[in-house]
Design a protein around this ligand. Sequence first.
Ligand SMILES: *[C@@H]1O[C@H](CO)[C@@H](O)[C@H](O)[C@H]1NC(C)=O
Length: 252
Amino acid sequence: MAAFLRVLALAFLAVLAGSGVGGQKKKEMVLSEKVNQLMEWASKRSVIRLNGDKFRRLIKAPPRNYSVIVMFTALQPHRQCVVCKQADEEYQILANSWRYSSAFTNRIFFAMVDFDEGSDVFQMLNMNSAPTFINFPPKGKPKKGDTYELQVRGFAAEQLARWVADRTDVNIRVIRPPNYAGPLMLGLLLAVIGGLVYLRRSNLDFLYNKTGWAFAALVSKLCCNHFVSSFLLRIPLPTFLITWPILCMHLL
Ligand SMILES: *[C@@H]1O[C@H](CO)[C@@H](O)[C@H](O)[C@H]1NC(C)=O
């Protein structure tokens, strides 16, 4: 009887140990499946789009050994979120800089949830404003600093990169696609003025022409507005509020 009990106890222990090892193995498999899935998506587009199901499976549920930066946003035109669109452009620049960087690893992924594809996620996280950036760390829930302070820091890719480095120790050098619009406009303007001066070189009276100057003032004001709106994306709001009047005052 004692021998039988001992065998039974041993068998019981073996089953316990077996399930422990099996659980560990299964966890490992789930994890590598998740990482593979994310890597596959990341190779297709630098910002992974998530709906509610994908969010729960890949970000909410353990196991995880990667950070995910998620932009919660509302990009459908009927949501009329202008800031969402501008923030999205900056976020894409950041994610692209990471994707094409030589330091790219599976330690961190960039993702987004659009309100119209995952309103359940917004509800689950009790979120009522967009855009919002949250870092989901490899272990546990996001802490206070894992929500990006958009109001304070603005949404320039460089600022986002600094926050990402703070939260995850992954340093991303932001590489912007060159913007030719500004120099092109200036070149065009100079060419037009040059052309005018050349054509009217025998008679430069038009320099005293009021309409001409009004036109020039208008054009330079438009340029200024363009400059200011592209500038807004690059600097934090307080700095912007100080610089903007100074920049445009002389043109008003
Ligand atoms: C996370 O775990 C998976 C599966 O074990 C592994 O392939 C991957 O390299 C790990 N990632 C990191 C950043 O350690």
